[in-house]
Structure formats: structure tokens, C-alpha cells
Design a protein around this ligand. Structure first.
Ligand SMILES: *Cc1c(COP(=O)(O)O)cnc(C)c1O
Length: 393
């Protein structure tokens, strides 16, 4: 099988697995005062320092969570709690965030917050100017994702962060698709709160980090013991934390070569798939994750495309793993203005270091074949080619 769905999740690296085995061997509870417990406390601290260094943060600013979704929820809840105390109940975010953000914002709305969701340009970008124009005297938080998980566009995060600093508004970024793949520095990027998830960079599932800049008081989602500076209770998942730290270190150490490799594959795929008539590349061609290829093909159903590609040994996605299984078109594609008919025919290929140019060449044979096959069976396509309906692409 060719695995081209790295934005959904990645295979654990051998380094991360070895680190996890060590984590199971160091079995003590880091809160225990005895030697066995303190051995665990030491490796926990080392992992915290390693992760902090990769993000340009202080170890005291790293809070372990159960993954990206929890970090997103805790970030929004924290900023909302701070805002509420100051009488600031307005939040700015974007229409193409991950559901972990959008659904949490829905909850906050029901609790009395007002939310502005910024429009996304057709190229999949949100600008610092848009953010600045939306800031009000009672804005307590701006949350803009670092890179979009479906269409791969990378936002001008440092500029957006600078605007937020200027107006004294907290800035959160869901950096789950960015960390370990493109350079992220919480200092250079002017970030107050950041979410990441290990399984998107060859680490284990069920573990992530919420970075919170010193002075930003976190809201406690999970009450209990005093772990994570009292902000996230529960005995630390040492194997997962060590696996995450090792995976992040490895990803950051090899970022440049991985980027070169993935970009070459990505650009070959984009050039090849652009040859398919009545298709469009989604997301900005330049400000784009090195691994992301995302197209819409007119006149086909994304679901059937995925099933046929699977039969040909290609694991791909229509966009987000969270929306597949539902018949609604992707909120991301609707946010960039793709009409429903077009949004249904989407294909995301997200690459990783393990993919090869031979696999890309195979995909470039298989995908156009499957697209033609589906189009030839489609009544919609017949209407389009007979002129009964006009092409949108
Ligand atoms: C995967 C993903 C998440 C969720 O992370 P989990 O660790 O699976 O909870 C959140 N945001 C983005 C952008 C993602 O890609």
C-alpha cells in the first residue's frame, strides 16, 4: 500500500517506539518521592526540556495534554476565562479551523461570548489585516490555525501574532499540522498559546502539548492532582511523552531534508494532476505545507474516488478524517468559496518522508484513470459534456 494520508495520522518512527519502551521501563509515578518515582520525574523533565527547545519555549511553558483536541479546548477555555474576568467577551477565529476549535467556539457562544469567524480567501489564506480589522475593544482572543489540515495553506502567523501583541489580545494557534514539519518558534511568531499533537509527526497517538506563554493563566479542564503545574490533572503518560519528545526532536533535526524530499514529490504530483481537465488545486501554491496536495475534480464524488484508489493500493483522503463518513461537503472547501458540486469531488494526498518518487509516478497513472472512469459513469458528467449544464471549473 502507498500511504498518502499523513495529515490524518503518521506511522510511529522507530526512534519514538524505542523511547516509548524506555518510558514503560521507567514505571514509577513522577509524583512519588522515592527513587523509582524520581527516576520517572527526571525523564519527564528531560522530555519537557527537549520539547520546549524545539519550540523556542521555556520548559515551564509546556503542558502535556491528551492530544491536539484537548490542547485546543484548553487554550480557548483559558483565554475565555481571562477575557470574562476583564469583561471582554469577543473572540476572533476563522471559518476553516479544525472542529476542535469550531465546536468549542460554539459552546462558548452558548455561554455568552460573541465570535467573529474570518472569511478565508479563495487561495486558503487569512491575513493579518483581516485580523486587525476585526479586533474590538472587548476582544479577548484571536485563534488562527498555523496550517490548514485539508488544503495545506500556511498562515502569516508571525504577522498575525504581531497585530495581536500591538492590540494586547491573546493569540492562540492550532499548530498541529505545522510543528515538526515547518519551523515554528513561539518567540519569533509572537504566540501566546499553541497546540500540537504527537501523532502528526511520527509520535504516538493520544498525547499532545499546550504551550502557554509565561503569565497566561490556564483554565483547568481536568481537575484533580497537581500535575502540569496544577493545570491538567492525571498521572503523566510517560511512555507517550517520551515518544513524543523523541519524535519531535527527530522531526526538527531532519526538517530540512524532509522538506526537500516532500516538496519534490508534492510538486511533481501537483504538476501531474493539474493536467486533468476541469480540476483545481486548492490552497495557496506558495504558502503551502511541503507535504500537501489537494485537488477538486468536477463531476465526481470524492468518496467513490477514495474507494477505487484504495483498491489500487493508494490510501488517500477527501480532506479531513473528521468529516469523512458524513455527506456534508468540507467546511474548509465551502470557506474558500468552492460550490457544493465542486467541494464533493475532493482529493487530499498528504505525503511523508517514507513516500518515494516511484510511488508518485504510480499515483499519477492511477488517479487520472480513476477520475476518467468515474466521470464516464456519472450522469452529472454527461450533462456537463453534452452542454446541458455548464462547467464550473
Ligand atoms: C489532527 C488535528 C487536530 C486534533 O489532534 P488530535 O491529537 O487528533 O486530537 C487538531 N487540529 C488540527 C489542525 C489537526 O490536524
Amino acid at each position: 500500500m502507498i500511504y498518502a494520508d499523513h495529515a490524518a495520522t503518521t506511522k510511529m518512527s522507530a526512534t519514538a517506539m524505542a523511547a516509548m519502551v524506555k518510558g514503560w521501563e521507567v514505571y514509577g509515578n513522577p509524583s512519588s518521592l522515592h527513587t523509582i518515582g524520581q527516576e520517572a520525574a527526571v525523564v519527564l523533565q528531560q522530555a519537557r526540556e527537549q520539547i520546549a527547545a524545539c519550540l523556542d519555549a521555556d520548559p515551564k511553558e509546556i503542558y502535556f495534554t491528551s492530544g491536539g483536541s484537548e490542547a485546543d479546548n484548553q487554550a480557548l477555555r483559558s483565554a475565555a476565562a481571562i477575557g470574562k474576568r476583564q469583561g471582554k467577551m469577543h473572540i476572533i477565529s476563522t471559518a476553516f479551523e479544525h472542529h476542535a476549535i469550531l465546536h468549542c467556539l460554539e459552546e462558548l457562544k452558548a455561554e455568552g461570548f460573541s465570535v467573529t469567524l474570518l472569511d478565508v480567501h479563495e487561495n486558503g489564506m487569512v491575513t493579518a489585516e483581516q485580523v486587525e480589522a476585526a479586533i474590538q475593544p472587548d476582544t479577548c482572543l484571536v485563534s488562527v490555525m498555523y496550517a490548514n489540515n485539508e488544503i495545506g495553506s500556511v498562515m502569516p502567523i508571525a504577522e498575525i501574532g504581531a497585530v495581536c501583541r500591538k492590540h494586547n489580545v491573546l493569540f492562540h494557534t492550532d499548530a498541529v499540522q505545522a510543528v515538526g514539519h515547518i519551523p515554528v518558534s513561539v518567540k519569533n511568531d509572537n504566540i501566546d498559546l499553541l497546540s500540537l499533537s504527537a501523532h502528526k509527526f511520527h509520535g504516538p497517538k493520544g498525547i499532545g502539548v499546550l504551550y502557554a506563554k509565561k503569565g497566561v493563566r490556564l483554565y483547568t479542564l481536568i481537575a484533580g492532582g497537581a500535575q502540569e503545574r496544577g493545570k491538567r490533572a492525571g498521572t503523566e503518560n510517560i511512555p507517550a511523552i517520551l515518544g513524543m519528545a523523541a519524535a519531535l526532536q527527530e522531526a526538527c533535526d531532519h526538517m530540512e531534508e524532509n522538506t526537500q524530499h516532500c516538496k519534490a514529490l508534492r510538486d511533481r504530483l501537483i504538476a501531474g494532476l493539474s493536467q486533468i481537465p476541469h480540476s483545481v488545486l486548492n490552497g495557496d501554491p506558495l504558502h503551502r505545507l511541503p507535504s500537501n496536495v489537494h485537488f477538486c475534480f468536477e463531476g465526481i464524488e470524492g468518496e467513490s474516488l477514495l474507494l477505487l484508489l484504495d483498491q489500487k493500493g493508494i490510501c488517500a483522503s477527501s480532506g479531513s478524517a473528521c468529516t469523512s463518513g458524513s455527506l456534508d461537503p468540507s467546511h474548509v472547501l465551502l470557506a474558500i468559496g468552492r460550490p457544493h458540486e465542486i467541494a464533493h469531488g475532493s482529493l487530499r494526498l498528504s505525503l511523508g518522508e517514507e513516500n518515494t518518487m516511484a510511488e508518485v509516478e504510480y499515483m499519477l497513472e492511477a488517479i487520472p484513470e480513476v477520475v476518467s472512469y468515474l466521470r464516464n459513469m456519472s450522469p452529472v458528467w454527461r450533462d456537463l459534456t453534452s452542454g446541458k449544464k455548464s462547467f464550473l471549473l
